[in-house]
Design a protein around this ligand. Structure first.
Ligand SMILES: C[S@@+](CC[C@H](N)C(=O)[O-])C[C@H]1O[C@@H](n2cnc3c(N)ncnc32)[C@H](O)[C@@H]1O
Length: 272
């Protein structure tokens, strides 16, 4: 059974989502809200979207907001998604850092972790002596649910079909017994990644040392232009001169005011 939604109820839900996460639903996504949230209302035995709104806003822990966000947005991701970015990291970024042997990368909407683990695999696969390098990867997302999955580093075997078998053997452990059908990332990958809950809407990010590279892929598409512009400005400040920003292949900064130089359609460079 689906619940009816009034104009006022829809407005409350979409304003809450926008204010807290920057995700902009537009004027006519009532049916999406109804189809994605009705089951949750039933589980909570609530009788209207008004009652659900009261429930979410009354939950100071933020757990229900995360639940709502996960239901309304997408966490879709893959290992080696949009592989050109990882080729660029290997061929164009790492060689320039071969002397200092240190790189800091932020995967800023990391979902269930496939993106930061792909970054970690690329780092290990691309340099002759990875043990001599200082690799630091920060992986963040607004959703504590996806972050917990990411930090566990445990995936169904079918999830790593996009990883070439020899690379998979070097970086994943195959589950046995109860864990049959699952793979776990090896510690040399998880050791270089720090997972943190961070909201891209925050005024300031807790980034102390400037970064070489920021991945912000497949999330900005849900933000309106002023929100994108503010975010890109904050990213610019977090990068070292000479640092790069990668965005998703279906995203563009064409209509956004920014100070980056465009290297390729989804790759941006802070001059320096
Ligand atoms: C489609 S996934 C993208 C995953 C990965 N970057 C990729 O391209 O495969 C979008 C992620 O953005 C996160 N997200 C949405 N709004 C956010 C915000 N305001 N701050 C941080 N993360 C956010 C969602 O929780 C979701 O996990």
């Amino acid at each position: 059974m689906e619940y009816p939604i009034t104009v006022k109820e829809y407005d409350h839900i979409r304003t809450l989502l926008y204010d807290e996460s920057g995700i902009s639903l537009g004027d006519n996504k009532q049916s999406l809200v109804v189809s994605r949230l009705s089951k949750r209302l039933r589980e909570l035995q609530l009788d209207s979207f008004d009652a659900y709104y009261e429930f979410v806003t009354g939950d100071d822990s933020g757990v229900e907001f995360t639940r709502m966000l996960d239901l309304l947005s997408t966490n879709k991701t893959d290992f080696f998604r949009e592989p050109k970015h990882f080729d660029f990291l290997r061929d164009r970024i790492l060689p320039g850092l071969a002397k200092e042997k240190c790189i800091r990368i932020w995967s800023s909407a990391c979902s269930t972790g496939e993106e930061p683990y792909t970054i970690a695999i690329t780092l290990h696969e691309s340099v002759p002596h990875p043990e001599q390098w200082n690799f630091q990867v920060l992986a963040s997302d607004i959703s504590t649910r996806v972050l917990a999955h990411a930090a566990a580093g445990l995936y169904g075997e079918e999830r790593i079909k996009t990883v070439p078998p020899d690379i998979a053997r070097r970086h994943f452990l195959k589950g046995r017994g109860e864990k049959r059908g699952l793979v776990k990332v090896k510690p040399h990958l998880s050791d270089i990644i720090k997972f943190r809950r961070m909201n891209l809407m925050d005024d300031r990010f807790p980034i102390k040392q400037p970064l070489d590279l920021i991945f912000c892929r497949n999330v900005m598409i849900y933000f309106d232009r002023p929100t994108q512009e503010r975010l890109i400005g904050k990213f610019y400040k977090c990068l070292k001169p000479g640092g790069h920003l990668f965005i998703g292949h279906s995203e563009s900064l064409q209509w956004v005011k920014h100070s980056f130089k465009t290297v390729a359609p989804t790759i941006y460079w802070k001059e320096g």
